[in-house]
Write a new protein. Sequence first.
Length: 255
Amino acid sequence: MHKRLKMFGIDFDALTMPEAVAKVLLWREEPDYRCRYLVTPNVDHVVKFQKDQALRAAYRDAAMVTVDGKPVLWASRLLGKSLPALVPGSDFCPALFDAAKAKPGLRVFLLGAAEGVAVRAAETISKRWPWVTVVGCYSPPMGFNAQSAENRQVLDMINQAKPDVLLIGLGAPKQEIWVHAMQDQLQVKVALCIGATIDFLAGEKMRAPKFLRTLGLEWLHRMLSEPKRLAGRYWHDAKVFPRLVLREFINKNPT
């Protein structure tokens, strides 16, 4: 049994990528379609978590919480928590698909991204991982959430397809809040909240070069790629996150 480490109010699972993948593949083998879901908090999610009650509830009920983003991983080490490794959604999906080759037939549904992008991602998956079956994909309109008029139609579409894995790329905190609200109605084995991963799989957005990821600067690449959307968010997070780390450090080492 792996450990859970609390940091910033979040219970992180102390898992490596192979351990997390193995766990999801075990859940896939269970007969019940009882939706477990995975969330992958990065700096922005940690900041949002402090004040967003719906996101806090979603994280509380998540079956797996893995660290996404070098700053959060480094903070864990500074605070003496020492999470073992990054398990970001954008790397998790390819690792899961690679591992599924040992038992072909993994059924996947893609929910998210702009019109047509999920279809292109599905084509990429079919070519690169022919042992993975994409059983459906849907790009919901802007503003889609659990209260949307088309929500019932989306649930029916997913449940009729009976996927082992539902990839949700609606962006945070929308994707986490939606899956938490719909958990009891989803006929899937596992749901993964994976942000822009569908865009990456489709080639719609490019990931940062590996050297930037190694240096913990993937956020910089993304900000420069989408400055209007991300610059304000990252500036806010850059001011707030160090204060959260300091507060956590002081609480851990009271004078």
